[in-house]
Design a protein around this ligand. Structure first.
Ligand code: GLU
Length: 290
């Protein structure tokens, strides 16, 4: 029998806070209960914002919490070739296209459409990317690329859904005992034509996560509810790339005293600040309700 595999996958663009501690401790707990493995993955594709000092601080905080992980740790910035291979596959499938509109261009297209007030928005409230470039001829695309026009690769979500077929559900645990699952219907269309590889970064969060979860044999993705809706896009990519489908548990978020989601810039709920204030790891566990 293959071991159940869990992972904690922080981005080293800030310090860990109580929300991260909950996620890491819960992953550790579930891996333990299942007799499974816990992996740590450093999600540093945004090489401008991710820094070695943040990564070192993350490792320090996790060690302090008593979390143990397998080595070597996978650092995404060392694996751009893997993500590129996946992107090439999507290009060959014809489900991604070069998208040339800048932010300003997007605003202009929407303003000129006469439908600005009713333009569809994604779950984060951002307007969906205009889909006009799906229809550009190969020749015109090549002309723009040869001209040096910057572009990102975007998913044609309609073509992608058609190719992926009907089976786009995922299995979501309804509690933290891994005992009850329900089927959730993925709705990648709610996000429109998402970016799969950026102008400045040759991949994207979604692409790197699905490639790595598969390469690392992750069977259980345990992460915050703030990523619940993102799973729809990831399911679609898994299906297109022929990758296995992990199970998901999107856990509750730890909120600040103001009832809002914690942010990496909030110093008082940062793990380092709590440690310096004299708190013990057991105190952190109690604070997050574990
Ligand atoms: N790197 C992401 C973050 O720090 C988490 C990605 C995931 O768990 O899928 O928010």
């Amino acid at each position: 029998m293959t071991l159940l595999t869990f992972r904690f996958a922080p981005s080293p663009n800030g310090a860990l806070h109580l929300g991260h501690a909950y996620s890491a401790l819960l992953n550790r707990e579930l891996a333990r209960q299942a007799g499974g493995r816990l992996l740590l993955r450093i999600e540093d594709i945004d090489i401008a914002r991710s820094t070695p000092p943040f990564e070192a601080a993350i490792l320090r905080d996790l060690e302090w919490l008593g979390i143990e992980w397998e080595t070597p740790v996978r650092r995404q910035s060392e694996h751009f070739a893997d993500y590129h291979a996946a992107l090439d596959r999507l290009i060959a499938q014809g489900v991604v296209y070069p998208a040339f509109l800048s932010r300003g261009d997007i605003r202009a297209v929407i303003a000129d459409s006469g439908r600005a007030a009713t333009w569809p928005r994604d779950p984060d409230g951002a307007p969906l990317y205009p889909t006009g470039e799906r229809e550009l001829s190969t020749r015109e695309r090549r002309r723009r690329v040869d001209d040096g026009q910057p572009f990102a690769w975007r998913l044609n979500v309609d073509a992608a859904r058609e190719q992926a077929g009907k089976d786009l559900a995922w299995e979501e645990f309804t509690d933290e005992t891994l005992s009850t699952v329900r089927q959730v219907e993925a709705r990648p269309q709610d996000w429109g034509d998402v970016i799969v590889a950026r102008r400045d970064i040759p991949t994207s969060y979604h692409l790197a996560v699905v490639v790595d979860d598969a390469l690392q044999g992750v069977s259980h993705v345990v992460r915050g509810k703030d990523l619940y809706l993102a799973t729809s896009v990831q399911r679609l990519l898994q299906q297109l790339l022929g990758l296995p489908r992990p199970r998901y548990l999107h856990h509750r978020l730890i909120l600040g005293p103001d009832g809002r989601k914690l942010s990496k810039s909030l110093r008082d709920t940062g793990l380092a600040a709590l440690r310096e204030s004299g708190m013990a790891p057991a105190g952190v566990k109690a604070l997050v309700g574990l």
